[in-house]
Design a protein around this ligand. Structure first.
Ligand SMILES: NC(=O)c1ccc[n+]([C@@H]2O[C@H](COP(=O)([O-])OP(=O)(O)OC[C@H]3O[C@@H](n4cnc5c(N)ncnc54)[C@H](OP(=O)(O)O)[C@@H]3O)[C@@H](O)[C@H]2O)c1
Length: 257
């Protein structure tokens, strides 16, 4: 029996990882801020799949929350075999409209927490000679899109660099860069999504299936879905200023209400 720890497990992409990994027979450590919702999820997954699901309430925007999850990942008596660093959010508004405290909270959750949790897990996994880590980034990592895109670009670069360092140790690291997925993410950030064409939306369960297949293949970057692979290929070839202009207009159109 193996154990997976998922941050931001209660909604959206994290919940899809929890469903899939429980169905595959993994025990789970579920991490988010809302304890009641975590308990309900743990009970449901235990009852449906017969797995053990631990609840770990932690705010990854706080040192205490990061430390509690790092300590769980470092617990040699109860090892974690797979870490999914998934918790994340968008802020309301564009650069300079967003209060500095919110920008810093994003840096803490998207960068500092990912760095500290990846490191805690990597050390324990390297000792055992096996393990996997998926750090959820975004296709926003590849286009100029404020602190959100920059923080996700850090996730991609950091994860691929760490994967090189850990090559040959039995520990696999992969950055996952989803396109748009229907979750609570946009509503939480007050973003209107009515104008987004249907073809741009990905299904969270299919995304997770593709991501786990890419991890098993040893990829260090997963961009599930051919539509987004093609878009990212175009974005790489186009001049940076053009891509910045298009994404910033799209951001205004689909951005905060
Ligand atoms: N949806 C998309 O279109 C999309 C696209 C690309 C990338 N992503 C990335 O995918 C990841 C998951 O997003 P999602 O769309 O699934 O979002 P979501 O539906 O809003 O779920 C976010 C999850 O993270 C938890 N969370 C938020 N802030 C937290 C904090 N400070 N500490 C601990 N847990 C926290 C939430 O639970 P609590 O509120 O209870 O803490 C919830 O379980 C994020 O990293 C996001 O950037 C999303």
């Amino acid at each position: 029996m193996t154990t997976a720890l998922i941050t931001g497990s209660t909604a959206g992409i994290g919940a899809a990882f929890a469903r899939r990994l429980a169905a595959d027979g993994h025990d789970l450590v579920l991490v988010a801020r809302d304890t009641a919702r975590l308990r309900e999820q743990a009970t449901e997954l235990h009852d449906r799949h017969g797995i053990e699901a631990e609840v770990l309430t932690a705010d990854l925007a706080q040192d205490a929350g990061i430390e509690a999850v790092a300590a769980r990942l470092g617990d040699r008596r109860s090892p974690v075999d797979l870490l999914i660093n998934n918790a994340g959010f968008a802020n309301r508004g564009r650069y300079l409209d967003v209060p500095m405290a919110d920008e810093l909270r994003m840096v803490k959750v998207h960068i500092e927490a990912v760095l500290r949790l990846t490191s805690a897990a990597s050390e324990a996994m390297r000792e055992r000679g096996r393990g996997g880590i998926v750090n959820v980034a975004s296709v926003a990592a590849f286009v100029p899109r404020g602190t959100y895109g920059a923080s996700k670009a850090w996730v991609v670069q950091f994860t691929q660099g760490a994967a090189q360092v850990l090559a040959g140790t039995g520990v696999r690291l992969m950055a996952l860069a989803p396109g748009l997925v229907r979750t609570e993410f946009h509503e939480r950030a007050g973003m209107g999504t009515d104008n987004i064409p249907g073809w741009m939306w990905l299904d969270a369960d299919k995304l997770v299936a593709a991501a786990l297949a890419d991890l098993a293949r040893g990829k260090t970057l997963s961009i599930p879905d051919p539509r987004y692979k093609a878009l990212m290929g175009l974005a790489k070839m186009a001049p940076r200023a053009l891509v910045g202009g298009i994404t910033s207009r799209t951001g205004r159109r689909y951005g905060p209400r």
